[in-house]
Design a protein around this ligand. Structure first.
Ligand code: MN
Length: 202
């Protein structure tokens, strides 16, 4: 069994003007594609893991043989994280969540604006490459965390429901050093219905 690169759920240019088509093309086809290829290459050395789901690989990282653990952490994380990312973005995104997700956010952050502020600050303050996450704890509480590289909340016993890629490859062509402009643009693209689906699956 091997993992495949899922197609983008919309055309490369669909997220313009917030994320440009060239960035989407390189990000999906090259960066995401390389994570998938390198994950598969690492797993060739561990046939005993071939029935494991991607979620299991990240949840049970400590049980992955040491020889490929870092590769699974980096490239398994890269595969999972980008799949989640493309799906929580939408050309029809933006606004604020209602329903169950809206209630969870109000309960755990006080208000949507407070949540937005804290999430954006976390993304802006993350040093180097990584992701800002909104995840669900085993007690069904929402929690913000900023993790380096392609590390995933699953490896800490949490379930990610929203993530923002703040690697420079995600924004540099259009925004150069202006990461905060990219973060501000992100709020116009969030597919809250998908984030709520992710929450309700936990
Ligand atoms: Mn990326």
């Amino acid at each position: 069994m091997s993992f495949t690169l899922s197609p983008l759920p919309y055309p490369f240019e669909a997220l313009e003007p917030y994320i440009d088509a060239k960035t989407m093309e390189i990000h999906h086809d090259k960066h995401h594609g390389t994570y998938v290829a390198k994950l598969n290459a690492a797993l060739e050395q561990a046939p005993q893991l071939h029935e494991w789901s991607l979620e299991d690989l990240l949840r049970r990282l400590s049980e992955v043989p040491e020889a490929i653990r870092q590769a699974v952490r980096n490239h398994g994380g890269g595969t999972y994280n980008h799949d989640l990312f493309w799906n929580i973005l939408s050309p029809q995104g933006g606004g604020a969540p209602d329903g169950e997700l809206g209630k969870f956010i109000a309960r755990d952050f006080g208000s949507f604006d407070a949540f937005k502020e804290q999430f954006s600050q976390g993304a802006a303050n993350l040093f180097g490459s990584g992701w800002q996450w909104l995840a669900v704890t085993p007690e069904k509480k929402l929690k913000l965390l900023a993790l380096p590289n392609q590390d995933n909340p699953l490896s800490q016993g949490l379930v990610p429901i929203l993530g923002l890629d703040v690697w420079e490859h995600a924004y540099y062509l259009k925004y150069q050093n202006r990461r905060t402009d990219y973060i501000a643009a992100f709020w116009n693209l969030i597919n809250w219905k998908q984030v709520e689906k992710n929450l309700l699956k936990v």
